[in-house]
Design a protein around this ligand. Structure first.
Ligand code: SF4
Ligand code: SF4
Length: 280
């Protein structure tokens, strides 16, 4: 057993807490010796919206994107699946990095946009415990203390973070849900459902439209039509589905006819069980 503080503990105790109006001096450019070094041997955790943007930019479906460009490591104490960008086994470089920089710059993941800023968010905000940003200073990065002075707010604007935060809000709520404190983890079937709904959107679309799903659940017709073509709308629906299926929240409605059929089947089971106890 070690008494070393975890990274999270270090962030809370050692890092200066920055508000949106605090500023820092930083500039990343091709002339630096470190250019693209931060795109090697690095753990980039992807959000569902990252996957959506990247697979769309590459013009491939989510299953293919996940197979080709990501890994999903799993540890014993992990409660839900995580997806990371795959680094090349030999060079350790991200598949998208080239001599000119990031090959998917317009659709680069949230974590790549944020760097060198990090964000720490408490599960529930209180007057004394609220989200803050902090500056990551890593030896390899030479972009600090030269170039532009920016506030945190300006950095977030420059990097297009607002759209990512908007699209990632329900996923964040899912991850911060109190359910995770009470469970030891998901069953293999739930893991698979979570992975599909969050990351493998094209497969989730087939699950919704090519199974009995729409016969079982009340889904507004206009919404269903939008979800056939809009990944953003489908992702929103997927989050709602996970809240229902994992947390038992009333975010979906089962059709009355399905409920009635279930009630009748349960009643028939009880009748049969009572009958066999009596020896009929
Ligand atoms: S996605 Fe782009 S910015 Fe992010 S690690 Fe890969 S090359 Fe670098
Ligand atoms: S290490 Fe820092 S300065 Fe160098 S390329 Fe990466 S982000 Fe830019």
């Amino acid at each position: 057993m070690t008494n070393e503080p975890s990274v999270q503990e270090q962030i809370l105790t050692d890092y200066a807490r920055m508000s949106l109006d605090d500023s820092f001096v930083f500039q990343c450019h091709q002339g630096l010796a470190c250019f693209t070094r931060c795109c090697q041997d690095v753990s980039i955790v992807l959000t569902p919206y990252d996957v959506l943007r990247l697979k769309t930019a590459l013009g491939i479906d989510s299953t293919e994107f996940l197979r080709q460009y990501t890994i999903s490591p799993f540890t014993q104490d992990q409660k839900f699946p995580a997806v990371l960008l795959r680094m090349d086994a030999e060079t350790k470089a991200c598949a998208f990095v080239g001599t000119e920089g990031c090959g998917v710059y317009r659709d680069r993941p949230w974590a790549c946009r944020m760097y060198p800023l990090g964000v720490a968010e408490p599960r529930s905000v209180t007057p004394t415990d609220r989200a803050f940003h902090f500056l990551l200073r890593e030896d390899l990065c030479q972009g600090h203390d030269q170039g532009r002075t920016l506030t945190v707010r300006q950095w977030l604007d420059d990097q297009g973070i607002e759209e990512y935060e908007m699209m990632g809000a329900s996923f964040k709520a899912l991850m911060l849900h109190e359910f995770w404190d009470k469970t030891d983890g998901l069953s293999p079937e739930q893991m698979e459902m979570y992975y599909m709904a969050c990351f493998d959107l094209d497969r989730f679309r087939r699950f919704v439209f090519e199974s009995r799903f729409l016969q079982m659940f009340v889904v507004d017709e206009a919404r269903a039509e939008t979800m056939r073509t809009s990944d953003e709308d489908l992702l929103d629906f997927a989050m709602q589905w996970l809240q229902f299926s994992l947390f038992n929240e009333q975010t979906m409605k089962i059709k009355p006819a399905v409920l009635e059929a279930r009630r009748q089947a349960a009643a028939a089971d009880v009748r049969q069980a009572t009958g066999s106890q009596r020896g009929y």
